[in-house]
Design a binder for this molecule. Structure first.
Ligand code: KG4
Ligand code: ZN
Length: 344
């Protein structure tokens, strides 16, 4: 069995997995209440909260899995990308546990975790039949919008990414403009219910390009312009239409890249993961286009889509089983390393 720790941003999460990648227990502590007064994640607050809750979360997870330290044969911890202070709390803890218990640990790239989340298993989730490597993995969250060909465990080819804002950031900024509260993505999703997706026109950047990159900063500027032309009352009355139209601009770009990548690379296994994959419209549209393209779509449950330790555990398990282990000198990094992926 292995124990995994994720503290890259504002969720403290610990999981225990068996050698087949089955999640035996996972506990996560969210910090939304601590950051809400500031309207966004405050790095110092995040790392302090991780320090306070990580050890109790770890104890509770081991207890829930009914597992003792002698049964744990390896550790996986998120080493990058993320907030340095937050990453440090998890990494120092994993290094200490590795020394104390004499077991190996590996540092995992957080995005790699998101990519393999579709392959997790537990009592109620398993990937759809036939879903396996190679597959297209779209990781969309507050910090990343990356499209990969996941060739094999540990082998990921980055074929597209955002050139400016992440998709989640675009949701959060729009929520702020409309004063919908924090975190914003889910508020936009809810407010869009019943709205007309074609009521307002928002740009779909790089739609005609042959590559697979994304850009969301123009969308934000267009939204500012649209809102400046409406009174506060109009913004309130047309909130559902505004949110549905804005959401559609993001969703249609994400769907477009997946469909084109699938055609060009002839890959019919798809997964969408990361916080934005909780979006109801994105889930619906991806499922529709996957069905018409004859593709198998793995949409993990939300507990494995948002930041969680189980996905870090599975990525770490692949690495440990391949004989990898990290040294005490491993340091956290705010960014991914060029060696984390193959670039095209
Ligand atoms: O993966 P995640 O939990 O943390 C990061 O690594 O960033 O993703 C958080 C992001 C936030 O931007 C949040 O607004 C967005 O995911 N999000 C959503 C929804 N739920 C969360 N965006 C759109 N629709 C949702 N339902
Ligand atoms: Zn994430």
């Amino acid at each position: 069995m292995i124990l995994a720790i994720e503290t890259s941003c504002d969720d403290t999460s610990v999981a225990v997995l068996d050698a087949q990648g089955v999640v035996l227990a996972m506990r996560s502590a969210h910090q939304d209440d601590s950051h809400r007064p500031f309207g966004g994640v405050v790095p110092e607050v995040a790392s302090r909260r991780h320090s306070e809750v990580l050890l109790p979360t770890l104890e509770a997870t081991l207890g829930e899995a009914s597992v003792d330290w002698p049964q744990i044969k390896g550790l996986a911890v998120t080493a990058r990308p993320g907030l340095i202070g937050s990453l440090l709390v998890g990494l120092v803890t994993a290094k200490t546990l590795s020394l104390v218990h004499g077991i190996p640990f590996v540092g995992v790239n957080h995005i790699e975790g998101h990519l393999v989340a579709a392959l997790l298993r537990d009592k109620t989730y398993a990937p759809p039949p036939g879903f396996d490597f190679p597959y297209l993995g779209l990781a969309v969250s507050g910090g990343h919008t990356h499209l990969f060909i996941c060739e094999a465990p540990g082998r990921y080819r980055l074929i597209g990414q955002t050139v400016d804002d992440a998709a989640g950031e675009a949701f959060d900024k729009f929520a702020k403009m409309l004063r919908l509260g924090f975190p914003g993505g889910v508020a936009v999703d809810r407010a869009a219910a019943g709205g007309d997706v074609a009521a307002f026109h928002f740009p779909r950047a790089m739609q005609g390009d042959s590559g697979f990159n994304f850009s969301f900063s123009g969308l934000k500027t267009a939204a500012q312009r649209t809102l400046s032309e409406l009174s506060e009352e109009q913004q309130t009355n047309r909130r559902a239409d505004l949110c549905a139209s804005y959401q559609e601009a993001i969703v249609s770009v994400l769907v477009d890249r997946m469909v084109r990548a699938s055609k060009q690379h002839k890959i019919k296994n798809w997964t969408v993961t990361g916080g934005v994959s909780a979006n109801s419209r994105l889930r619906l549209r991806m499922a529709e286009v996957a069905a018409s393209a004859g593709a198998t779509l793995a949409l993990p449950p939300l507990r494995y889509c948002t930041d969680n330790a189980a996905m870090i555990g599975l990525a770490g398990l692949y690495r440990l089983q391949a004989g990898e282990s990290a040294g005490q000198e491993l340091s956290p990094s705010a960014r991914s390393l060029v060696t984390d992926w193959t670039h095209t």
